[in-house]
Design a protein around this ligand. Structure first.
Ligand code: UTP
Length: 224
């Protein structure tokens, strides 16, 4: 299968080197049988830097560029953890990402263009390489009916349709550094190309495999 992962930046950056290696090992294992692309997010460092730059009067566009820088920093950390199993080059384009793919190797990339998040990059990459599945490995363990941190009655959805995901994402803010399961553009891309998608808790290493092959406790997005 061709698998594209959207990996939240905080999932990698908080790990010590040994734990990063374990994470990388799980991807290498999957790459023995599948073609793997990983798009890494900006995480905490992106949010912190964007917040400070915004407070200093930086434009949203400039904040996005800072965010893209953070995604590349986190991507570089994953490349370091993957060693020989990842090209050293972090592609700036989808075409280069596709070109860098080789059997057994994992292509790692970050953000590419302002006005979106790495979820959109991963959805567009999934579209471009005809991925069989997109796995959004994030800091929440699925899609909830409301923000579980603010609303005690919030329920996790084990499954939803692609159209429901698109509607859900449209309600979220489109600001640099904003937090939501997937951004509206990603949801639209997933919808237009009916990309089978899983949203799983990325900090659990086994969810890399389960997100792709099943058995996770997150949210499956059904193409209908
Ligand atoms: P993320 O993809 O990590 O955004 O990119 P996020 O969803 O806000 O972060 P998580 O998932 O909660 O950790 C970080 C920031 O980088 C910029 C955006 O400002 C984004 O918020 N970015 C990223 C872009 O402008 N373009 C891209 O292609 C990717």
């Amino acid at each position: 299968m061709i698998l594209v992962y959207s990996l939240g930046g905080s999932i990698l950056a908080g790990r010590d080197p040994q734990s990063l290696r374990l994470y990388a090992d799980a991807l290498v294992e999957l790459a023995k049988e599948h073609k793997i692309f990983v798009v890494v997010g900006g995480g905490k460092i992106a949010r912190e830097y964007i917040e400070k730059a915004r407070a200093l009067g930086a434009s949203e566009m400039f904040c996005d560029l800072i965010g893209i820088g953070a995604t590349k920093l986190n991507s570089a950390l994953l490349v370091a953890a993957l060693g020989d199993y990842a090209p050293l080059e972090i592609p700036d384009s989808y075409a280069l990402a596709a070109r860098l793919a080789e059997p057994g190797k994992i292509v790692v990339m970050g953000g590419v263009a302002p006005g979106q998040t790495t979820d959109a990059v991963s959805a567009l990459l999934a579209e471009y390489v005809h991925a069989d599945k997109l796995i959004v490995a994030t800091s929440v363990d699925g899609v909830y009916t409301a923000d579980p941190e603010k609303d005690a009655s919030a329920k996790k959805l084990t499954s939803m349709t692609i159209h429901e995901l698109a509607q859900f994402a449209m309600q979220t803010e489109m600001k640099a550094g904003s937090r939501s399961p997937v951004d509206p553009l990603a949801a639209k891309i997933i919808e237009r190309s009916s990309i089978p998608t899983a949203i799983v808790l990325g900090s659990k290493i086994e969810n890399l495999k389960k997100g792709a092959l099943g058995g996770h406790t997150g949210t499956e997005i059904r193409p209908e």
